[in-house]
Design a protein around this ligand. Structure first.
Ligand code: NAD
Ligand code: DAU
Length: 337
């Protein structure tokens, strides 16, 4: 049976990697990619599938009820993967309204429409940030109470809980994934890893927040997307699946590793004012996803970070257009400057 999948936010980092990964290898899948093309969306990311007969792009907003309804009807959508979001914590600190519009209201519109059209599965791409911050030990499991700390993570937690409530109340076959920090090609250079790579290459300062000892649990984007594929095929309705690769790193360790790989000096590091409300540590326990769905991460951080750095070296044209535009205005406005 063909799966007619509405992928939202498919022109962003993880969504475009997902479409480029899954479409060429599956002939039982048709994808309609609905993306508003915000500052973070980039159609060039999808060059590998432009000609694919099973790929359709629609420019639009998940908050547009009529458009979303039209897409479900026209393309007989029976699966939804909701990647669309405002995704950057720092931006949510500068202004939270769009985060609640897109992440909460937009998800609600997708859920209501999915209920009307009786979709077979709705995958809500949530995040480990909904769990809040950890001390030096322990890991987030699917049973850890949600305790989001930023406007971004609280909007994602709202969407996550609303999606689960649609399963509980209406029996909508919702599955929620909560993944840790992704890295890899096509990531918008406002996030730690691409920002540090590109600044190093340009001999610009590397702004490290606070003491640089905050910990994130890193996963290569393809490992995340392989998990999403397995959830699409086998995830059980009403369930939450944590996704992570057990690769905890302090921010400063990553910055030093990037500098070393690019042959640059540590003098580029600049410790700056901390992010307000900065979560100290994330670590994800993905035992349930591994045992119940048979997924496991394949990429080792030390190797995949090198190929990621090489990708940014080889794809200067991709990020040059980005950092010369709106991004620079945002960067100047950051609370830290
Ligand atoms: P991104 O910012 O790179 O991409 C977001 C995409 O959504 C963009 O293409 C943008 O144009 C689109 N979009 C934004 N608002 C929209 C709207 N109203 N209607 C339609 N499209 C809209 O984000 P990403 O890093 O690829 O993250 C994708 C999803 O994964 C998000 O839901 C995020 O919360 C979640 N997530 C991200 C990470 C990570 O490390 N990046 C980890 C776990 C979960
Ligand atoms: O954990 C999953 C989340 O990971 C996703 O839900 C979010 O969409 C994604 O943006 C990411 O959130 P983080 O806030 O962890 O990622 P970011 O790349 O913004 O920051 C990673 C760490 O690096 C964090 O501790 C803040 C720090 N940092 C970040 C930037 C941009 C710096 O020290 N300097 C910087 O310039």
């Amino acid at each position: 049976m063909t799966k007619n999948i509405l992928v939202t936010g498919g022109a962003g980092f993880i969504g475009s990697n997902f479409i480029n990964y899954i479409l060429p290898k599956r002939d039982d899948i048709k994808i309609v990619n609905l993306d508003k093309l915000t500052y973070a969306g980039n159609l060039n990311n999808l060059a590998p599938v432009f000609q694919n007969k099973n790929y359709t792009f629609v420019k639009g907003d998940i908050c547009n009820t009529e458009l979303v309804d039209y897409i479900f009807r026209k393309y007989s959508i029976n699966y939804v993967i909701n990647f669309a979001a405002e995704s950057h914590v720092d931006r949510s600190i500068l202004g939270s309204e769009i985060f609640f519009k897109t992440n909460v209201l937009g998800t609600n519109i997708l859920l209501e429409t999915s209920k009307r059209y009786e979709v077979e599965k709705f995958i809500q791409i949530s995040t480990d940030e909904v769990y809040g911050s950890l001390g030096p030990s322990g890991k987030f499991t699917e049973n850890t109470p949600l305790a989001p700390n930023s406007p971004y993570s609280s909007s994602k937690a709202s969407a996550d809980l609303m999606a689960l409530s649609f399963h509980h109340t209406y029996g909508l076959p919702v599955v929620v994934t909560r993944c840790s920090n992704n890295y890899g090609p096509l990531q918008f250079p406002e996030k730690l890893i691409p920002l540090m790579i590109i600044n190093s290459m340009n001999n610009k300062k590397l702004p490290v927040y606070g003491d640089g000892l905050n910990v994130r649990d890193w996963i290569y984007v393809l490992d995340h997307n392989k998990a999403v594929e397995i959830v699409l095929d086998s995830g059980a309705p009403g369930e939450v699946y944590n996704i992570g690769a057990d690769q905890e790193m302090k921010n400063i360790e990553i910055v030093n590793l990037i500098l070393k790989a690019l042959g640059k000096d540590e003098s580029l590091i600049e410790y700056v004012k901390d992010r307000p409300g900065h979560d100290r540590r994330y670590a994800i326990d993905s035992t349930k996803t591994q045992t119940e769905l048979g997924w496991k991460p394949d990429y080792v951080f030390e190797e995949a970070i090198v190929s990621t750095i090489n990708w940014y070296k080889e794809n200067q044209a991709w990020w040059e257009t980005i950092i010369s535009g709106e991004y620079l205005d945002y960067y100047k406005k950051q609370y830290k400057s």
